[in-house]
Design a binder for this molecule. Structure first.
Ligand SMILES: CNC(=O)c1cccc(C)c1Nc1nc(N2CCN(c3ccccc3Cl)CC2)nc(N2CSC[C@H]2C(=O)NC)n1
Ligand code: NI
Length: 183
């Protein structure tokens, strides 16, 4: 099972590299890895398991955070309206997005960042994502608000981008115009 020891931290090269496309159809190993990533996220949200294995809670994880430079990520959470959002994404691509931006009013955290980085992370408020699912089929997701933020955070890991790259260094809490707070 994946634990915090498997998650690379800031300074590890794979957090700043562009990950490779997964060959299609994905191999059984690819699907197994994605399953393991999804299981990690679920475990990290389970008080008992997270307590027992000292897991930091998260709602998303990308393969480069395991030092695996493949374009795969997993997300699992209930959005602010209580809708369950649980996906393993292979070769995810943002195919369109809103002009409107959104940011987590609490700022963002990352399992590969062992420090509290304050500041707003402006992202697209709505995105349409095309990817291959765990069943090997094409899927198209229209995401908004919290779900859109989480998936963009994970897709960024596939492109070597960290959440704090977006924080305004002069004033970390500048509210970008045409953006709205989430949560
Ligand atoms: C600096 N202030 C902060 O970080 C921050 C501070 C306060 C609130 C938020 C909301 C913040 N922000 C933030 N909190 C989260 N969690 C909240 C707690 N939760 C969770 C915890 C326990 C059980 C179940 C669950 Cl669900 C797990 C997820 N997750 C992310 N991100 C950024 S997008 C990818 C996602 C991620 O998985 N990061 C590891 N950001
Ligand atoms: Ni992250």
């Amino acid at each position: 099972m994946i634990t915090m020891n498997d998650i690379v931290r800031e300074g590890h090269p794979s957090l700043r590299e562009k990950a490779e496309e997964v060959t299609v159809p994905p191999t059984e190993n690819d699907i197994q890895l994605l399953n393991d990533m999804l299981t990690f996220i679920k475990n990290s949200q389970d008080e008992d398991i997270a307590g027992q294995y000292h897991l930091r809670p998260g709602v998303g994880l990308a393969a480069p955070q395991l030092g695996i430079n493949k374009r795969m990520c997993a997300v699992h959470f209930e959005d602010l309206k209580g809708r369950l959002c649980s996906y393993g994404l292979i070769n995810p691509k943002i195919v369109s997005h809103s002009v409107e931006q959104a940011y987590l009013s609490t700022g963002e955290g990352c399992l590969s960042v062992d420090r509290d980085v304050q500041g707003y992370v402006p992202r697209n408020a709505r995105v349409t994502v095309k990817a291959i699912g765990m069943d090997g089929q094409e899927l198209k997701l229209r995401l908004r608000d919290y779900a859109a933020i989480v998936v963009q955070h994970e897709i960024d890991h596939l492109n070597g981008v960290m959440f704090y790259d977006y924080i305004n260094p002069e004033n970390p809490f500048t509210v970008p115009d045409n953006s709205k707070p989430i949560g």
